[in-house]
Design a protein around this ligand. Sequence first.
Ligand code: IVH
Length: 661
Amino acid sequence: MDKIKQRIDELINKINKASYEYYALDEPTITDQEYDDYYMELLSLEEKYPELKRKDSPTNRVGGVVLEKFEKVTHNTPMLSFDDIFNEEELELFDERIRKVVNNPTYTLEPKMDGLSGSLIYKNGILVRGATRGDGITGEDITENIKTIKSIPLKLTKDIDIEVRGEIYMSKLSFEKANVERRKKGENEFANPRNAAAGSVRQLDSSIASKRNLDYMAYFIPNPEDYGLKTQSDSLKFLKELGFKTNYKLNGYAHNTKDIEKYINNLSTIRKELPFAIDGVVLKVDSLDDEKKLGFTARVPRWGIAYKFPAEEVLTTLKEIKYTVGRTGKITPNAIFSPVHVDGSLVSKATLHNFDYIKEKDIRVGDIISVRKAGDVIPEVVEVKLDRRQDDSKETIMITNCPICNSNLVKKDANHFCTNDKCDSRKIEGLIHFVSRKAMNIDGFGERIVEDFYNMNYIKSIDDFYTLYKYKDELKTLEGFGEKSIDNLIGSIENSKNNSLERLIFALGIRYVGDKTAKILSMNYKTIDNIINADYDSLKEIDDIGEKIASSIVDYFNDENNINLINKLKELGLNMNYLGKEINTSNENINGKTFVITGTLSLPRDEIKEKIESLGGKVTSSVTKKTDYVIVGESPGSKEAKAKELNITILNEEDYNNLIM
Ligand code: IVH
């Protein structure tokens, strides 16, 4: 037995060393075949002698633990982030601020990894916990998923207790592969590697996370002094020695802003060739003593900053303008262009919003256009390179008929609409909306599946989702589906019957009724029958419901077809009641009052908002004459000034706590 235990230890050492060289250093010393042989030998020994299986065995990385939910964890030291700067001027100001406190600072310069930060805790050198940042104070325990990340050592080279912070990310290659898989399955593609990584660590089944090939770059030790470290660069070296992947080939130093700019320019040039997405440069004062002197503001460390790259603009050729029809019949022109990598993801189309937008920019097929990602995710066409336009290019002319059903289009304001209620495209979009995340949230229904099921006549109208089980045997035989995925799909459909009313109201797709309005309606009326019976005047009495929304709701429920649909859904067993918290209107300080929250408070804003709403108050984002109270935390910014200007009562956290008592 001892011999076997010894062999297991030996194999684990060999595999860990090989993984470190391969994943952390990118310098493998053994072949894949040798690695596989060790791995298989270890696996078979562990199968034969399960009592000898070590907790830190690399065979644990395949995942397989399925959790009910993620436990909340409180970070030992808050997980802060840095303030962002965007240009040289702001960089100069940052350097000036540092120089007021520190003589001749040295900065470490590191690529700003575009993923999500993760904290790892080791006890006696063994990984015991991995957590997300969350709101910085509390995060979620994602240990099982963390264990599947091969660049994270399960055991360190030293038997110490330590917390390590770094970025969980997905390489560009794994991101492309994951999207190929998702396309095949008809699932929505990940917008970028960051979303892909964030979605993957939040999987309750760790075998899914394991397949996503996540990675981890270590960059920070919250308590460096415990290990005798004197500088941030010492920390990075120490992390590498412990077995972590660090950016040691790309990290740099600088003593002045000129050198920092050089580093930034260089990194921004090679950014595209890097195997992972980065969105800027992180600057940290190297000396830990100096860091201490600089300290923190209420929100962020003063000793570092994140320089964000401007959104990348990439040139490509416009191949086609393709028109799509939304569920309201709205026609959206889309630019279809030669695929290009923008900020880490491959894009080939962008919305052109409406025809006025095309006219204003004079966008034509064949043009060279520059595209970038707006708000980080959705691609947009920035401009047309007019000087590179072909002589024979033709001005774009708006279509006059629906591209799907050929009905005439009408123009309302800037948009064109299909006039046919029964247009297939509108119906499909309506069905996609019904299952979407903010609506009924039915897992497993990608847009393509809805479209395919519509075209195959399985789902023609909303109620058909709930009788889909009748075709279970047929569906199982469809390409890309199996017993399990159809069972899951039908299970998710069944579950959605229990949703609270606001989801159904939003999912019905009533014009102008977004998820927020759906919630307000449901909170006020409690049951669908009450909403159906509500007249225009009583609807309009509700804050936030104006004339346009009120008449749209009345029109919707005056339509017999819609009432028939609701009756069918009732018969099928869908919940028609609001299940959220009751509103307690007894606190007159809060009920009916409007609040704005600004600055950092000790509780997360969402929690405060929920509390206020549960007492009948409302939380809005901007300070206006209608605001009753502004709750002010640390570093409040312009909203406090605006409140003073408008003479609105300002509450600090203590005042607020007294008010809700
Ligand atoms: S240091 C106090 N180093 O960017 C901040 N962060 O604003 C300690 N990030 O939320 C983090 N690359 O998720 C640090 N080399 C790097 C980083 C990095 C990316 C992320 C991190 C943090 C944000 C910084």
